[in-house]
Design a protein around this ligand. Sequence first.
Ligand code: PEP
Ligand code: MN
Length: 256
Amino acid sequence: MTINSVSVKQVTFGKQPAIVIAGPCSIESEEHIFKEAQALKAAGVDMIRAGAYKPRTSPHAFQGLGFEGVKYLRAAADSVHLPMVTEVLSEYDVEKLIDLVDMFQVGSRNMYNYQLLKLLGQAGKPVLLKRGFSATLKEWEMAGQYLMSEGKASVVYCERGIRSFQDETRNTLDLAGAILLQAKTKQPVIIDPSHASGRRDLILPLSKAALAANISGVMIEVHHNPDQAWTDAAQTIDYSLLDQLMKECQPWLTSN
Ligand code: PEP
Ligand code: MN
């Protein structure tokens, strides 16, 4: 089955090999993101993720470094020649961020924000569209259509877990849904096992399962000192686990 390619600088989604996006949940300081970028490059990942505008459940929790954070991420990604993706929370920020980011991330909570989707559709940068945690496949697919029907955006869909009755993981990874959506839309679909499970010990097996099923990539939260990560510590892996993941996923991460 041929999947439409989506290119972000030197990275191409939708072709072999599969793509690994990794990085901390949040940018904590300039020094922090430079240090993570160095380690991510050494680990051999394709692209860096890190949040500057954080959609937190509590308004009292750390909200991210905002625009300054995106500037730090830009410089850190450039220092190791890797492309980056970061979340845009509001349509008010699109213009400000457009020349700084390589790919816009639309978060789960914003999947239904049609004004933001339309604006990003006109902006002309690739978009990583996370699935709303209560969204049906059809709603997720249509959110991507909002982006693509404006004619300029290319879309990579990201399954990040949906809400279910199961309460021992943060969310429930809908791998079947991810596979179906990729077959139906022919757009690349990746999974985010970090937000899907909320648990470090599930990142490796979920990544392998998805890559074995021909999913186009994974996005993983990594930190030098996961226990000290300012956000999402419980699901953030360290570099030794990332190395193990890169090794065990080799069959899907090298072209053949
Ligand atoms: C994220 O990836 O940084 C994030 C906030 O994820 P989600 O929108 O899926 O909750
Ligand atoms: Mn996170």
